[in-house]
Design a protein around this ligand. Sequence first.
Ligand SMILES: NC(=O)c1ccc[n+]([C@@H]2O[C@H](COP(=O)([O-])OP(=O)(O)OC[C@H]3O[C@@H](n4cnc5c(N)ncnc54)[C@H](O)[C@@H]3O)[C@@H](O)[C@H]2O)c1
Length: 345
Amino acid sequence: MGRRVHLEQPVHEEALALLRENAEVSVGFGPEARELDDALLAEVNALLVRTKPLGAEEIEKAPRLRVIARHGVGVDNVAVGAATRRGVPVLITPRANLRSVAEHVFALALAVSRNLLRADRCVREGRFAERDSLVGRELFGGTLGVIGLGRIGEEVARIGAAGFGMRVLGHDPYLDETAVRARGGEPVGSLDELLPDCDLVSVHVPLTEETRGLLGARELGLMRPGSVLVQAARGGVVDEGALVEALREGPLAGAGIDVFGEEPPPADHPLFSVETAVLSPHTAASTRQAMRRMGLDAARGILDILGGADALSPPAGAPWQTVNPSFADAGEREGGAAGSNAQDL
Ligand SMILES: NC(=O)c1ccc[n+]([C@@H]2O[C@H](COP(=O)([O-])OP(=O)(O)OC[C@H]3O[C@@H](n4cnc5c(N)ncnc54)[C@H](O)[C@@H]3O)[C@@H](O)[C@H]2O)c1
């Protein structure tokens, strides 16, 4: 079976070394850069994708493709439907960056609550005496609302309760009450009930047609006066125009934002002029530990699949997960065993 792997963007050196030891690897960066053109697509068996889009056209031009591995969890930059039609499993590395994202949520929450960016400027600019205007708020004893109690939401709930003594409310319509409790939240059936009761709200849902604009003007207007919103999920889940309004006019005291509807955001983005917003350039998962885990887990997934592992039933302890299990139906439709994954087309 072919073991031709291509990576468009750099990954952790240990992940690249693992792939090079076990496969024939080409890269789209550095001195050996190779363009992902028709010739390369014609021969490639595996693609490791970071943030660059991988479209349907490219997937359709890759007849030998047997696996796409995403470095991280979101797959909105991959044409998953096209991969499914072609019988190609799309893998994610579900646990690699959850701790980093959860820690970043609290980095943003603390930066907002303690006016850290303004405080830093005061010291550097010789305005030490202005510290009286920088009185912040503790997280301790407040109520944290977690919207979406998946992998990251659960970790945020855990840190909020154990690290900051917060009461945690959880809203997730896809989990029953027992599951929400097991993930550390008191179950709350609707956003309308959750939002008015929280001092800090953190959103951890995927971006789908259902969650686009989940927090708009009406929902932000329901938040507790003086509360803080953290958005480190996906741009589009929070309506940015409504957020600016809720920061300027209330009820929000501040917001920590890691993801934007358009990335990078345009130079005249209205959030840039709001002092109480702390912004980061989609770096919630960017830690040395998460980069290493994402790279190694994605490389492991590629090597497992190219080595014959079943994408529908990963080996015990596998650090990857298949997001499009119906990829296997393509093979059945075409009379194959398990899609293109079962053979070196
Ligand atoms: N900022 C970053 O760098 C970064 C890094 C990793 C992940 N993310 C994003 O974080 C988000 C969560 O990731 P995860 O790994 O925890 O995903 P996950 O799939 O484990 O959890 C998502 C949860 O959201 C719930 N959900 C779906 N629709 C909902 C709704 N309408 N209301 C409330 N809950 C809803 C689901 O039931 C699920 O429990 C994703 O959007 C992902 O793309 C961002």
